[in-house]
Structures are given as structure tokens and as C-alpha cells.
Ligand binder design. Structure first.
Ligand SMILES: [Zn+2]
Length: 280
């Protein structure tokens, strides 16, 4: 077979594509030595164009560890199988991941206990320690908390969660304000209308806050019966007096929106509205 001509660029591309110099030589009929000379003349070598995989691994390992890549991801980037990577790491005394983390991640018993503890944390809230105590492995609560953090869970968000205080239920989330003080504000959801807000812990515990502003504000109106000139200090008492209890809701609605309403020949007028509000 007649020797073909190969430019440096074409040779370089073949090497980058993963072809071996010996194969290129036998396929093109160009002596191995001539190909080597061609690379040399251009100031490079096979080794420079296609660095050995161990060099790629060594050069990038710190960066990849910082990125938190797994064994499989590193193997893929180097271009080897997981098994090949394990032996490369072993032969060259290299490590993927930092310090003790992988050991904790491989501890099946610890992982299972964390699963169980998280199930409790996500449904009942409270502290990791008290949950671990309840489940019978309190002595491991430090380790279990670390596994939770490894998994991206912040146990502090659940410390106060899922407790009922009057019209509030506490929900997961970070408290606002100084840690561990009664003045901390806890994320809460109003059980009546679903609104979410932060409520001072002291006011939840003391019962001073009974629910959201909208749901705990009610008005008491003083009503004048225009026909008789008699006033009442609540709509309920007017309705009782004039036998209008069946229409209470309807009358209240119209008085609230217009201030005046006529029914059964009576004209009712709002004189004064007192607000009562038990929020926060
Ligand atoms: Zn509400």
C-alpha cells in the first residue's frame, strides 16, 4: 500500500479522536518514526496531545473534589470505567471526596436511622435529639444531624413546626429574630384562611395571639332604628327585638357595605362600629 501524506493537523485530529500512533502508521503506510518526527517538528508529542488518563485525573482532582463530583462522574470525565478509576486511585494514593464524609455516607445503619428520624421531623417537628431519644438512639443524635445536613435538610427549620396554638399552626421555616428568645417570630399559618406570617413566640405560648388579623377581627355595630329613634348596642339585639334574626346575615352584609338598610318597614342605620382585634 502506497504511503499517504498526512498533515500535522490531520495527525493531531486523529490522535485527539482516540486513534493510536501505531494504528495511524499501519493504516496510512507512513512509518511510525516519521509520524513521531512530524509531531516533534511541530513542538509536541503524543503525550502532550493526549495526556495519559492518570495525568488528567491528577491535574483535575482538586477542582473536581471542590465541585463535589462522585466517583462515577469523575470516571466519566477521565474516560474510564468506575472499576478502572478505583484502581487508579488506589495505585496512586488518591482520594475522591473529603475526609470522613464518605464513611458517614456509606454507614447503612446510620442512613436508615436518619430516614426514620426525618420521617418524624417532617411530620411532628421538634429537636433532632428528642426525636432520636424517642426512637431509642439518642447517643447518635450528633451523627444523625450531620447526615441530615449532608442531605440538605436544616433541622432548625422544623424545631417549632407543626404545633397548634389557638388559630395558628406553626410551619417549617427559620424563625425571625434573636435565637432561642421568646421574642423570636415563628412562621405560622392561619388555620381559618391559610395566610402565612411570622408570630412572636411569647404571644403564641401565652395565647395573646389567637389567629390572623383578618380572622380574629370582628366588628360590633351600634344600630339606630330610624322609625322609632331607638338605638341598640349590637345588631343582634336589634334583630331579636324586631324579630329579624332569620335575616341577620343579610342585614349585617348590607349595613357593613352601605351603612343603612331597610327591611320589613324598618330602616336601620349604623351609628358606630367598634373593632376588636386579638392579633399579635
Ligand atoms: Zn386567617
Amino acid at each position: 500500500m502506497a504511503a499517504q501524506y498526512l498533515t500535522f493537523e490531520a495527525l493531531r485530529d486523529k490522535l485527539i479522536d482516540g486513534e493510536k500512533l501505531s494504528d495511524i502508521s499501519s493504516q496510512s503506510g507512513i512509518p511510525y518514526y516519521t509520524l513521531q518526527k512530524l509531531l516533534e517538528k511541530n513542538g509536541t508529542s503524543v503525550r502532550k496531545i493526549v495526556p495519559p488518563k492518570i495525568q488528567v485525573l491528577k491535574k483535575n482532582l482538586d477542582q473536581w473534589n471542590a465541585e463535589g463530583l462522585t466517583h462515577s462522574q469523575v470516571a466519566e470525565r477521565v474516560g474510564v470505567t468506575d472499576q478502572q478509576l478505583y484502581s487508579m486511585l488506589y495505585m496512586h494514593g488518591l482520594k475522591i471526596g473529603r475526609g470522613r464524609r464518605p464513611r458517614r455516607a456509606c454507614d447503612e445503619d446510620l442512613q436508615n436511622k436518619t430516614d426514620l428520624a426525618l420521617e418524624f421531623l417532617f411530620t411532628k417537628g421538634g429537636s433532632v435529639r428528642s426525636i432520636c431519644r424517642e426512637l431509642g438512639f439518642e447517643e447518635q443524635h450528633h451523627q444523625i444531624r450531620k447526615v441530615m445536613v449532608d442531605r440538605g435538610v436544616d433541622p432548625l427549620e422544623f424545631f417549632f413546626a407543626f404545633r397548634r396554638y389557638a388559630g395558628w399552626i406553626t410551619i417549617p421555616g427559620h424563625p425571625e429574630g434573636k435565637a432561642n428568645g421568646g421574642n423570636q417570630k415563628i412562621p405560622c399559618r392561619c388555620i381559618t384562611c391559610g395566610v402565612v406570617t411570622h408570630v412572636r413566640l411569647n404571644n403564641l405560648l401565652s395565647g395573646k395571639s389567637q389567629g390572623c388579623k383578618k380572622c380574629t377581627t370582628y366588628s360590633r355595630m351600634s344600630v339606630l332604628v330610624v322609625n322609632t329613634g331607638k338605638s341598640f348596642d349590637s345588631l343582634l339585639s336589634v334583630c331579636k327585638e324586631l324579630y329579624l334574626l332569620e335575616d341577620y346575615g343579610n342585614i349585617r352584609y348590607h349595613l357593613k357595605s352601605k351603612g343603612e338598610y331597610s327591611i320589613n318597614g324598618y330602616t336601620l342605620q349604623v351609628v358606630e362600629t367598634k373593632m376588636n382585634n386579638t392579633e399579635k
